[in-house]
Design a protein around this ligand. Structure first.
Ligand code: PRX
Length: 667
């Protein structure tokens, strides 16, 4: 069936039923690439034997393993116990007191790194800034004082809605310094999405920019915040960073300029000594049903895993110039743009804008000019570069690169090979890193100096991480048998709960398999123990590396005056990984035409953000449903992909509806 092809190219679209049907057809990739000898020679972990030893020791005694890593940080008070585990609630390093901002910034004040570049920043228009660790420390301390003066106390939630400027990192670190819980909201989200996230976390403050630059134009973020906070009673203050020259409206009493407050603040501020389990941040991610989930991470365990995974997976050295292209609004930006690199005293590059501005060689130009050594990006970007053409890449000198990484969705072997050949010039290992907002840090990935890689697989789990692929009854699958990806033991950077909703936390992650964390992904383990991710098993779709809940898009569509009902599914897309197809039933008085299609797409952009805009809208007189009234998205997925349905339709209530849903010409 058509869907077998999808999973065989590792597209993230499988449903549980499809996983079982597609098991035998997925094994196609045989290429294997050992790490280059020169790389291994100087790597933190330089052979598979070394990795196996580490893995075995961590499996045998996980607490000793994690405690060993934790020793390397500064503790105001050492922990009493490494792990207290009462399924599904974990306390790591309980009884300890620390501060992640202190460990990411202050610790470098006592060494030569004080004068090392922490952040190399480039704006979309080409403007540049360099912040040393010393300057970062000064700015973060000042902004921590601003937060304190504004009445922010440990445990208070602070929403951050900013473009990719250094002050975003400063705001995040300052929150951690004073013990406030940051809630970063991706600057592409709409006013409605901000309202929902601010209300759910009951944030006391919003920090934003007046605007952000994107592909040569300016988006007025302050205006979006103004619209959002009409309905957020918890917000007392808005701090606005001036980035653009546009005029914005400032409201007396509520709104304050960043530079005014920083002008008054002292640059000395003692970090708050927080408990190990003190909440660090809430980050919202889409769920398959209902509203977005506020994933809660706490301080010490997150710190230990974000920092150590960064060190080993990216094999970081003091000389490296490391560039993660993710926005801080996503978990990759939290763990591997901000915390991981800074906790290791690394130099990170931060780029404000789009990969194709002013033209398609912006990334490669940046790599050449800054002599970037490590690049961490997403398969969706890689596919877009492939489409744009090799000449954009090859006209630049990329010889500084020594390691490449990917994250966010399965990378198709062809895209992996292109990344390896054209960008890495066949000399850079590729670390395909599997993890989630919920896991806080990388779980499955090659160790670049040790693990032989195969295009399309994230290879083996990190030491201390017990992943497995299991059948519905929880029994381990055989080699190459498709099943469900689970994590069998608690790990330090695991989410602690869904903010304010323990019941949903238990149900979403811990109800499928007894005592094991269910990732929601389908996978298989090959004969070498390598994990091949087959995609989400529920209805969450991954578009351009961003996880979107179909139900959220459906709710946005249904909130349009013309729409009676909607179902949204994803279909493999060469560039974005997946594109969204919406099947929409209109209210009787409306006629489906081009104009209405555009109006619906714009409506979704307004409700959720432009990334959620359906790529295609098909008019549906009715939707295929089960007898109990559930929409059968599986059939819609098949229709959207191959324009026919070959899967099981026995539970379908009304066969007639399918006929009307095939490809439709634009009226
Ligand atoms: O389905 C997996 C896919 O992205 C999901 C997690 O999405 P999110 O929480 O938004 O975090 C993305 C960044 C960590 C996973 O459940 N995914 C992520 N990385 C990979 C991946 N699928 C395959 N290979 C990966 N390397």
């Amino acid at each position: 069936m058509a869907t077998d092809e999808k999973t065989s190219s590792n597209q993230p679209t499988a449903s549980p039923a499809l996983i079982e049907e597609s098991i035998s057809s997925v094994m196609t990739e045989k290429r294997k690439f050992p790490p280059p000898v020169e790389f291994s020679n100087s790597a933190h972990v330089s052979s598979m034997e070394e990795y196996e030893k580490l893995y075995a020791a961590a499996a045998e005694d996980p607490e000793t393993y994690w405690a060993g890593l934790a020793e390397q940080f500064h503790w105001f008070k050492k922990w009493d116990s490494v792990l207290e585990w009462k399924t599904p609630y974990a306390k790591w390093f309980n009884g300890g007191k620390t501060n992640i901002c202190y460990n990411a910034v202050d610790v470098h004040m006592n060494s030569w790194r004080k004068n090392k570049a922490a952040i190399l920043w480039e704006g979309e228009e080409g403007d540049q800034r360099v912040l040393t660790y010393g300057e970062l420390h000064r700015q973060v301390s000042k902004f921590a004082n601003v937060l304190k003066i504004a009445g922010i106390k440990p445990g208070d939630r602070v929403a951050i809605y900013m473009g990719m400027v250094p002050e975003l990192v400063i705001a995040v670190l300052a929150c951690a310094r004073v013990g406030a819980v940051h809630n970063v909201i991706f600057a592409g989200f709409s006013a409605h999405a901000i309202t929902e996230r601010v209300n759910d976390s009951r944030a006391k403050m919003v920090i934003c920019c007046d605007g952000t630059r994107r592909r040569g134009s300016t988006i007025n973020l302050k205006k979006i915040v103004d619209e959002a906070i009409v309905n957020t009673p918890s917000v007392r203050n808005v701090i606005v960073l001036k980035v653009t020259s546009e005029t914005v409206s400032m409201h007396d009493g509520m709104d304050h300029w960043w530079h005014d407050l920083m002008g008054l603040a002292m640059d000395v501020s003692e970090p708050v000594e927080v408990d190990s389990e003190h909440p660090l941040f809430v980050l919202y991610t889409s769920g398959s049903t209902g509203k977005p989930k506020g994933i809660l991470h706490t301080t010490a365990g997150y710190m230990v895993h974000a920092a150590s995974s960064f060190k080993y997976v990216f094999d970081i050295k003091d000389e490296d110039i490391y560039w993660c292209t993710a926005d801080v609004g996503w978990i990759t930006g939290h763990s591997y743009m901000v915390y991981g690199p800074l906790l290791n005293g690394a130099t990170l590059l931060m780029y404000e804008g789009a990969p194709n501005y002013p033209q398609w060689d912006r990334f490669w130009d940046i790599i050449n000019r800054y002599k970037v050594t490590i690049l961490y990006t997403a398969p969706t970007a890689i596919r877009a570069f492939i489409r744009a053409g090799n000449e954009w890449v090859t006209k630049h000198d990329l010889s500084s690169l020594r390691l490449l990484g990917t994250v966010g969705e399965p990378i198709n072997p062809e895209a992996w090979m292109w990344y390896h050949r054209v960008v890495g010039q066949e000399k850079c290992p590729i670390v395909d890193t599997w993890w989630q907002t919920e896991t806080g840090g990388i779980m499955v990935s090659p160790f670049p100096g040790a693990t032989p890689t195969k295009p399309g697989t994230a290879t083996r789990p990190l030491p201390g991480i017990m992943v497995d692929v299991v059948r519905k009854d929880g029994v381990s699958c055989n080699a190459n048998e498709g099943g469900y990806l689970v994590i069998k033991k608690p790990w330090p950077s695991m989410l602690r709960t869904i903010y304010g909703d323990n019941e949903r936390y238990e149900k979403t992650y811990w109800s499928e398999f007894n005592d094991m964390y269910f990732t929601g992904d389908g996978a298989r383990k090959d004969e070498d123990g390598y994990i091949w991710i087959m995609g989400r098993v529920d209805d969450v779709v991954n578009v351009s590396g961003h996880r979107l809940g179909t139900s959220e898009v459906e709710s946005a569509l249904v909130s349009h005056e013309a729409v009676a009902e909607a179902a949204v599914v994803s279909r493999p897309d060469d560039i974005k990984g997946n594109s969204l197809v919406a099947f929409v039933t209109l209210k009787d008085e409306y006629e489906g035409d081009m104009k209405l299609r555009e109006s619906l797409r714009n409506h979704v952009a307004k409700e959720i953000g432009p990334i959620a805009k359906p790529d295609e809208i098909r008019w549906a007189k009715g939707l295929p449903k089960t007898r109990s009234g559930k929409i059968m998205r599986r059939l819609l997925r098949e229709l959207a992909t191959s324009n026919e349905v070959k899967g099981d339709v026995t539970t379908l209530e009304d066969f007639g509806v399918l006929e009307n849903l095939r490809d439709q010409e634009d009226e």
